[in-house]
Design a protein around this ligand. Structure first.
Ligand code: BES
Ligand code: ZN
Length: 630
């Protein structure tokens, strides 16, 4: 009896322990294959930057002071990530606050990871190290633009893009999302420029070009960000606003006026916004992404300023990262879906709350269609159809796919349908809260989901179903169909047009919104006749559209059919816009046609000087060109 009772107690205790582990009392996370850092030995807890931005030499130079939390009492070395940094000297701070010079070794650069920087700290372990360094003009995480590459053509511009592994090209640090730190910065930029960071930001230009920043919440390295240029600010409400070149500010403010409501809606769904302010920085069109969720200050491409707010899901997306990604962070880049899948799901919920389920469903269907298209071309062996691929040895930029985004969001939609929206929302709110300011992996996620959501819904989801979503390539056969009612009519119109039953100018194009137009264009067959393309274009001047998504979809149709009328607009687009999502597939389509290869190379030759290093690298890969020497 007593034996049994105590056995049961032990068992129960074991279960409690298991449940605790499942609830994630800091289980060991898988190592990050994209960082040299050794966070089990020592961690950076704070960074203090003191940097000069030299626009003539295109460098940041100065010091980075790293505060250290030693975990291994025997460790005598601090290993950091770096890329193309010139390290001038390293010092360590002893127990009495005195700085002494210490040795360091910079290993030869690995093409993906950069250079391992080992600092010989010795014993006793210093509480901080200070590194004097300078970035390279070719730093992969920075773009330096001349005045002629801005709208105003008056002043130069500089901005960072640290995700995934480019923070190391402008700060020597532990460049892994498994480590979080706070930071401060002192910056000097040319007088007249406004400097901004992913931190508490100024709203006005300083007189002397000096700025101080503080980021008081612990963030992973990929969320460190910096920008400087001729910028103006306009408030949207008392906690959000827009920074842009003055010439673009009014358009941006009008386009993104719904941002305050987006914040409110997300708070009501998933808990308080924890980062104080939420501002947008509109970058020049060479920005290599649509948006980047730098905390307090999302970086945004101007290509979403369509004039009708039809592409603002991107703002919902970057805002959503303030919960999924910035609060609860993927532990390494194999776990990217935990950032992007959750965020894409939340993005869609924000769009639904603000613009209605018809719009949200259309956007979801468009995403699922491109996922299916991508999967047809993505060899299963690449592992990239899995939510958790093994990316070791590969460049995270080169393997950026829609899998994490759309398959991830689709999986959450599946869970929503199985357990009910209220239950999923309650779990999500709780997940963001319990895991705030930590890094997570899929094992942690699954254990948490099972313990805190699925346990209360027995039979709703099987382990095999979770395996199918989380481990297998492709789309599970039981994935829920997502439908958009408005699209059926468009299928009908498209068929009528293709069969010749309906003339182009009798289509409802002018009444369609952006999502309907995209659905119409993306559903066109591979081959169209010159007459079909010509009549469509004559009827609606699609080539002349100012909507970047519609232009992109139309260029794809035009390229594969050798439609000559798009050429001038396409070339202008390729030269002006550096957003990888557009530019890389366009070059790929051009290169697929021998007769278009010369055009592609010429366009790249003209565009290159204006492209961001990340875009240049991916386009070069498509063109099969050797990387340039400079
Ligand atoms: N965090 C990403 C951008 C990113 C991902 C940069 C991986 C570097 C490596 C950002 O939130 C994003 O997903 N942007 C998308 C937005 C879209 C899905 C709404 C983009 O840039 O197109
Ligand atoms: Zn994202």
């Amino acid at each position: 009896m007593t034996v049994h009772a105590s056995r049961r107690a032990v068992l129960a205790q074991g279960l409690v322990l298991l449940a605790l582990a499942a609830a994630g009392s800091a289980p060991a996370l898988a190592a990050d294959a994209h960082s040299y850092a050794e966070p089990e030995r020592v961690r950076i807890t704070a960074i203090a930057l003191d940097l000069d931005a030299d626009f003539r030499r295109r460098t940041l130079s100065g010091t980075a002071e790293l505060t250290l939390d030693w975990r291994d009492p025997e460790a005598t070395e601090l290993v950091l990530d770096s890329r193309e940094l010139a390290i001038a000297r390293v010092e360590a701070r002893d127990g009495r606050g005195r700085w002494r010079r210490v040795g360091h070794a910079l290993a030869p650069a690995d093409p993906v990871l950069g250079s391992r920087l080992a600092i010989a700290t010795g014993l006793p372990q210093p509480s901080a190290v200070r590194i004097r360094y300078s970035t390279a003009p070719t730093a992969s995480g920075l773009q330096w633009l001349g005045p002629e590459q801005t709208l105003g053509r008056e002043a130069p511009f500089m901005f960072s893009q640290s995700q995934a592994i480019h923070a190391r090209s402008w700060v020597p640090l532990q460049d892994t999302p498994a480590v979080r730190f706070t930071y401060t910065a002192q910056l000097r930029v040319p007088r007249g420029l406004l400097a901004l960071m992913s931190a508490r930001n100024p709203q006005e230009v300083s007189r002397d070009g000096r700025y101080r920043f503080e980021m008081a919440q612990a963030i992973p390295s990929y969320l460190m960000a910096i920008a400087a240029g001729r910028l103006a600010f306009q408030a949207l409400d008392d906690r959000s606003g827009v920074y842009a070149e003055p010439e673009r500010l009014a358009d941006a403010v009008a386009e993104f006026a719904d941002t305050p409501r987006m914040i409110e809606v997300t708070e009501s769904l998933y808990g308080p916004y924890r980062w104080d302010r939420y501002d947008l920085l509109i970058l020049p069109p060479s920005f290599p992404y649509g948006g980047m969720e730098n905390p307090l200050l999302s970086f945004i491409t101007p290509t979403v300023i369509a004039g009708d707010r039809s592409l603002v899901a991107l703002i919902a997306h970057e805002l959503a990262h303030s919960w999924s990604g910035n609060l609860v962070t993927n532990a390494n880049w194999d776990e990217f879906w935990l950032n992007e899948g959750f965020t894409s799901y939340v993005e869609n919920r924000i769009v639904e709350a603000l613009y209605g389920s018809a719009r949200a469903d259309m956007e979801f269907v468009l995403d699922i269609r491109s996922l299916r298209r991508d999967f047809r071309e993505l060899p299963v062996e690449t592992d990239l159809q899995r939510l958790t691929p093994r990316l070791a040895g590969r460049d995270p930029d080169a393997i950026y796919t829609t899998t994490a985004y759309t398959k991830g969001a689709w999986f959450l939609r599946f869970l929503e349908l199985r357990v009910g929206r209220d239950a999923l929302d309650a779990w999500l709110r709780d997940w963001f809260d319990r895991r705030a300011f930590t890094s997570v992996d899929t094992a942690t996620f699954r254990a948490d989901l099972e313990a805190n959501l699925l346990a209360g819904h027995p039979g709703a989801v099987t382990g095999d179903e979770l395996d199918a979503w989380l481990r297998e390539p492709g789309i599970p056969a039981f994935a829920p169909e997502v439908e958009a009612a408005a699209f059926a009519a468009i299928d009908g119109e498209r068929e009528a047009f293709l069969s010749g039953e309906r003339a182009a100018d009798a289509l409802s194009w002018s009444r369609w919104g952006t999502q309907e137009r995209l659905y119409f264009l993306n559903g066109l067959p591979q081959a169209l006749t010159p007459a079909q393309l010509g009549t469509l274009d004559n009827a609606f001047d699609i080539t002349g559209t100012r909507n970047s998504e519609v232009a992109f979809a139309w260029f794809q149709v035009g390229i594969r059919n050798g439609y000559p009328a798009i050429r001038p607009a396409l070339e202008r687009f390729l030269v002006e816009v550096g957003r990888r999502k557009f530019v890389v597939p366009l070059y790929r389509s051009l290169m697929a046609r021998p007769e278009d290869r010369a055009f592609a190379r010429e366009a790249f030759a003209r565009a290159r000087a204006g492209y961001h290093p990340i875009t240049t690298a991916s386009v070069e890969e498509v063109l099969g060109a050797a990387p340039a020497e400079d």
